[in-house]
Ligand binder design. Sequence first.
Ligand SMILES: Cc1ncc(C[n+]2csc(CCOP(=O)(O)OP(=O)(O)O)c2C)c(N)n1
Ligand SMILES: [Mg+2]
Length: 582
Amino acid sequence: MKVSDYIASYLAEQAIDKVFGYIGGAVAHLYDSLDKNNSIEIINTLHEQGAGFAAEGYARATGKIGVAIATSGPGATNLITAIGSCFFDSVPTLFITGQVNTYEYKYDTPVRQIGFQETDIVSIIKPITKYAVMVDNVDTIRYELEKACFITQHGRKGPVLIDIPMNIQRGEINLQEQNSFFDSDEYKALIQEKILFSFDALISMIQTSKRPMLLIGGGSRLSNGTPQKIQRFLEKTSCPVVYSLMGKDVIKDSYPYNLGLIGSYGNRYGNLALANADLIIVLGSRLDTRQTGTDIKTFAREAKIVHVDIDKNELGAKITADLSFCGDIASFMDELLTYDFNLSIEPWLNKLAHYKEAYPSTQGINGTEKIPNSLIAHMSKFCKDDDIICVDVGQHQMWVAQSFSTKENQRVLFSGGMGAMGFALPVAIGATIGTGKRTIVVVGDGGFQMNIQELEVIKRRKLPIKIFIMNNANLGMVRQFQEIYFEKRYIGTQKDYSVPHFENIANAYGLKASTVFALDAVYAKINETLLSDEAEVINICLEETMTTVEPKLIVNKPIEDMYPFLEREELHANMIIKPLEN
Ligand SMILES: Cc1ncc(C[n+]2csc(CCOP(=O)(O)OP(=O)(O)O)c2C)c(N)n1
Ligand SMILES: [Mg+2]
C-alpha cells in the first residue's frame, strides 16, 4: 500500500471527513491520495494560515481532529500562527507538512539547506505542539500517525505535527508488518494515569459557602457533554456563574445567575460578583492576569479557591488554590452530581441581581449608551439557536464578549491565548464546513484584511457565512492603548493605516455586500440579513471612529475597581468583603 493512501484511509477511520490545505510539490502525493479517498474531501484555501485556522474551526465546532496540510518551507511556516493558536487554546489538530526527500535533507550537516524549500519545521514548532516528528522511515509511519492522532486528543488537547518527506509519502508499506502504537508501552503508560478525586472537603466547602461562584473557563468545553453536566449542577443548586473569554458559550447567558464575562474587559457586574465571592470553583481556566488583574494578591481576597483542570501544571500556577483537582472536568462533574446540596444563598443572589441591574453592559456609568455594545446585543437577539459566532481580535471582540447574549446551543469561538487577528474568517469556514451550520463572523477592519483572501473559498463553496465588519477605520484596540499610554500618538493604528472599499472587494469576490452608516440603517440591516443564510458582507461604518472598550481594568487595580471608576461611596456600597484602602 502506498504510504499517502494509508494516511488518507487512517484519517477517514478517525471520522475525519474534511481536511484543509494548500497544495505544493512536497504534498502532491498526499493531496492526490486524499482526493481519491471517497470518505474525505480536501478544502483548498488561499493561504496556509487560512487552512490552519479552518482546521481549528472544524475541530472546535465538531470535537473531531482538525487536519491542515501544507507543503515544505513557506507552506509549513505559514501554518505557525494557527498551530500556536491551537496550542494555547487546547484544540485537537493534526498538521501534516511535506518535506524534501530524505536523501536531500541536511540532517546534521552545517549547511543551511540542501533540498529546495527544505526547512526544519519540527524544530521550529516544537515549543507550540504536544508532539512533532519527521517520519523519515516508511517503517514507522503507522506508529507515528496513530501516536499523533492519539496525543492530540488525550489529556489536555492540542496540536501535533508530522512532517513527511516526499519519498516516504510515495513509499510502499505492508501495514501488517508495521508496529502499532496501541501495542506499545508508551501508550500503556499514557492511559494508566488514573485520577482520584477526594470530595469530602469540597462538599463541605460548598455546603457552608454563603457566596459561591463557578468560574467557567475554556476547559469546560473540551470534553463531550461537560456543558450539560454543569447545567445540571446549576439546576440543582442555582449556583451563580461567571466566565472567562474562552468559557463564554458554555452556559447560556439567559441563565438568571449567569454574571457574564470577568477580567480586564469584563462586565462590571461580573467582576464585582467574582470579587465578593467566598468560594470560587474554577472549571478549566488557567486564571491568567487578564482574569485576575495584575496585582494577584488583591484578587478575590476573601474567597476559597477550588481549581479543577486536566493539566496539572496549571493548578495553582498563578493563584494558590485551597483545593486542587487534576482531571477531566466531565468526570469531576459526574462525581459532584452524585451529591445533594441545600444551599441557602438568597441574599447573595439578590446582591448579584442588583449588580446586573445597576451596571448593564450596554451603558456607561453615567447612563450613556455604549452604541457598539448595543449593536452586538441587538445582533444576538436575531441570531439563530445553533449559529456559531466567530469573533476576531480587537475592540469588537470585547464588545461581543461583554454584550452578546448566548442562546442554548450557540457557540462563540474566540482566539484566546494567541489573540491572533485574522482568526475569525477562516475559523468560520472550518466551523461551517464541519457542521453544516451557519456562522456569523464579527471582525474589525484590521483583522478582516489579514485573511481577506479566504472570501474566495466562501464564494466557491457557497458557504452560509454572515460577515459583520465593525469598521472604525483604525486598529481600535491598540489605538485606545496609545490614547492612554502614548499621549494619543497613533502611529500604526491610524497614522499610516488605511482601509479599502470593503463592499467593492466583497463584490469582486462575487459576494453580496452592503455598507451601512446611520444607526437606524445598521439596526435594520442586522435584522434583515440574519433572516437568511446566504453569504454576505456587511460593512458597518461606526459613526464614531474613536471607539472604546469600557469598562476596563487598569494595571494593578483589583478586579472590582474598573475604569471609569465609580465614586468611592458607590463602590464601597457594592462591596461585601472589605474594600481596599486606596
Ligand atoms: C496578528 C496580530 N497582529 C497584531 C495584533 C495586535 N492587535 C491586537 S488588537 C489590534 C487592533 C485590531 O484592529 P481591528 O481589527 O480594526 O479591530 P478593532 O480593535 O478596531 O475593533 C491589534 C493591532 C494581534 N493581536 N494580532
Ligand atoms: Mg478597527
